[in-house]
Design a protein around this ligand. Structure first.
Ligand code: SF4
Length: 253
């Protein structure tokens, strides 16, 4: 009886995304750094040097962020008197594979029943762990009409994680070719977007784009569940993609 009473008392805990854009659990990622105008060029250069993945580049006093390279190490958010980047706290991170090019979204018929095949193409486990949370009661992707399928023959969307190792490239292409048309591909996580910290290298390429036609990319290392849900909503035309980044003028020193 206890579990039943606890459930009644707790009420509904499922996130109401996309109605709200916040994520409640402790430990959820704080978001993404955004291009920030600082007070001088020295601070911008210092921030660029602090970033281990070269996601920050200084252009005068502006610290430009390449969101597709950020691995959330938080070095640019560190306090202690150091200059800090501004961060965005929403989770609408997914955008087209080619900057500025329109995404060919699936028709509305897929809007309430979208079947997703996931291919681990050399994932370290982090992105897959976040994807696994989509079926938790907390995120409950089924309420939005998204279902994971074990076979590419039933899939409308392919989610690729990992930098696409040499050994996985052919398997990924086989899975893509087995999917019926129309089909779309999401590269989830910076490794799948551009190889991340692993590629291009001897053992892997520069992400999913080297192997299959990618429609939507979602940055993050790993991307949190709400960002992955945003990518799925973008694919079926239920949410707009992330806009190009505007310059934030709140850099703290
Ligand atoms: S969080 Fe780390 S990887 Fe991302 S932009 Fe900041 S310093 Fe670079």
């Amino acid at each position: 009886m206890n579990w039943f009473l606890r459930g009644i008392q707790a009420g509904i805990r499922t996130e109401d995304y996309p109605a709200s854009g916040t994520d409640a659990p402790l430990g959820a990622t704080p978001g993404l750094p955004v291009t920030t105008a600082l007070s001088n060029s020295r601070d911008a250069a210092e921030l660029g040097g602090r970033c281990p993945t070269e996601a920050i580049a200084a252009d005068g006093e502006i610290a430009l962020v390449n969101r597709d390279r950020c691995v959330h190490c938080m070095r640019c958010a560190a306090g202690g008197g150091k200059t800090k980047m501004e961060w965005r706290s929403d989770f609408d991170w997914a955008h087209g594979a080619t900057e500025g090019e329109a995404i060919e979204q699936l028709s509305a018929i897929f809007g309430r029943s979208l079947h997703v095949r996931i291919v681990d193409a050399g994932d370290c486990g982090a992105c897959l762990n976040e994807i696994a949370h989509l079926n938790d009661p907390l995120y409950n992707a089924h309420r939005l009409g998204f279902f994971v399928t074990p076979t590419p023959r039933h899939a409308d969307v392919l989610i690729v994680t990992g930098p696409v190792t040499r050994q996985m490239k052919a398997a990924l292409q086989t899975a893509y070719e087995a999917m019926p048309d129309p089909k779309r591909v999401i590269a989830a996580g910076v490794c799948a977007v551009n190889g991340g910290i692993f590629g291009p290298s001897l053992m892997c390429g520069g992400g999913a784009l080297d192997a299959v036609p990618v429609d939507v990319v979602v940055p993050g290392c790993p991307p949190p569940p709400l960002a992955i849900l945003h990518a799925l909503l973008v694919v079926c035309g239920r949410k707009p993609p992330a806009r190009n980044q505007a310059i934030s003028r709140g850099g703290a020193s």
